[in-house]
Design a protein around this ligand. Structure first.
Ligand SMILES: NC(=O)c1ccc[n+]([C@@H]2O[C@H](COP(=O)([O-])OP(=O)(O)OC[C@H]3O[C@@H](n4cnc5c(N)ncnc54)[C@H](O)[C@@H]3O)[C@@H](O)[C@H]2O)c1
Length: 340
């Protein structure tokens, strides 16, 4: 599997590689990993080893990484090779986009979420002032290398978190992918490598097509936010660690189905199918009326901060996606558990 996408002015080659080819490079390479992924590099170490976890996606770490690139006398024709989850990919891509106004970038995503989402599409960034991704650039990798055997040792919770984005990708426009997830749950949960490669590739095709159409998220790229308006609000309200991003996305997709039903948009049989699929993978998708008020407030705060209206990604059916504003009473009613 090998395909080159056109993301605006950038060409991004995505290919499936063997375990020993993930860091294959030119001489002028600068490797970035974290404490859990440095072992995947042939030398067992990286030029920069970040601490694992979201806290590494900071301005200070970005600054230190750029400093290390300077100390290594990297020139503009150097290539940053990043091996890790979304945190490593986002920070390394941001550093690569800034260093000498942009050097080479190869991303080797090592979590399911990074394979199907973070490594593809050119969004880079770090967090600032307690807000996620406040500083960043659009800078697609020259190459993304997919190696699903890296997922063998990924903690279950991280894997399940990535699976929610896989389900989302299927809903956005890949009926055979949704069928695979429905019919082969045990193989998917058991991380069957051949199936996983096929699934990851299908997700890449879905995201790749949306980003090719709209690199800077002016229109259809926003479809990738299915479930995310609800998810972000839940994540900001729930205690740290209580909900992983993917768990919140699964919950958010279920709410988007209910909201779509409540406003007469979503086909009832389709919504029921999506809910059954999410349940079959064990996601918590019941409404949380006890958090309804706080979740609604979090959505409003987010709206204030971004200076935009609260927009929801809803679906009529599989692949029929719409970005729309919705009457606040319908949202409140869904959050209160009355929309089910
Ligand atoms: N740029 C984008 O388009 C985009 C899209 C979605 C998410 N993101 C970002 O991605 C980040 C989340 O990414 P994530 O979920 O991959 O989290 P992560 O990068 O924090 O990785 C999760 C954990 O798994 C560990 N890990 C990574 N690969 C491993 C492996 N193969 N085996 C064992 N452990 C491994 C990491 O060290 C970390 O502890 C967020 O910051 C989010 O904003 C970016």
């Amino acid at each position: 599997m090998d395909k080159t996408f056109s993301f605006g002015p950038y060409a991004c080659r995505v290919r499936v590689v063997a375990r020993d080819a993930i860091a294959e490079s030119t001489e002028n390479a600068f490797t970035i990993a974290d404490t859990n992924t440095a072992r995947f590099l042939p030398s067992g170490s990286a030029s920069v080893v970040l601490p694992s976890g979201e806290s590494a996606k900071s301005w200070e770490r970005l600054h230190a990484t750029l400093g290390a690139m300077l100390d290594a006398d990297l020139t503009r024709d150097a290539t940053v090779i990043a091996v890790g989850g979304g945190v490593v990919c986002d920070l390394a891509a941001c550093a690569a986009s800034l260093y000498m106004r942009g050097c080479g970038l190869v991303l080797v995503p090592s979590t399911l979420l990074a394979m199907v989402d973070a490594a593809l599409g050119g969004k880079t960034g770090v967090n600032l002032g307690g807000y996620k991704n406040m500083v960043g650039t659009f800078y697609p990798a020259r190459e993304v290398r997919i190696c699903t055997p890296l997922l063998a040792g990924l903690p279950d919770r991280e894997y399940t978190s990535g699976l929610a984005e896989v389900i989302k990708s299927g809903l956005l426009g890949d009926e055979p992918l949704v069928q695979m997830l429905e019919e082969h749950r045990d193989l998917v949960v058991g991380r069957d490598d051949a199936l996983l490669t096929e699934i990851v590739w299908r997700c890449i095709e879905v995201k790749g097509a949306l980003v090719e159409a709209d690199l800077t998220e002016q229109n259809v790229r926003a479809h990738l936010n299915l479930g995310h308006t609800f998810a972000h609000a839940l994540e900001s309200v729930a205690g740290l660690g209580e909900w992983s991003h993917g768990e919140a996305v699964a919950w958010g997709i279920a709410r988007a189905m209910e909201l779509g039903r409540a406003v007469g948009l979503t086909d009832a049989a389709y919504a029921a199918r999506v809910v059954a699929l999410l349940r079959s993978y064990g996601y918590r998708i019941d409404p949380l009326p006890e958090l309804a008020r706080r979740i609604a407030d979090a959505m409003r705060k987010d709206k204030k901060r971004r200076g935009a209206s609260v927009r929801f990604v809803l679906q009529r059916s599989l692949g029929q996606t719409i970005v729309t504003e919705v009457d606040g009473r319908a949202v409140d009613s869904v959050l209160a558990g009355a929309g089910a």
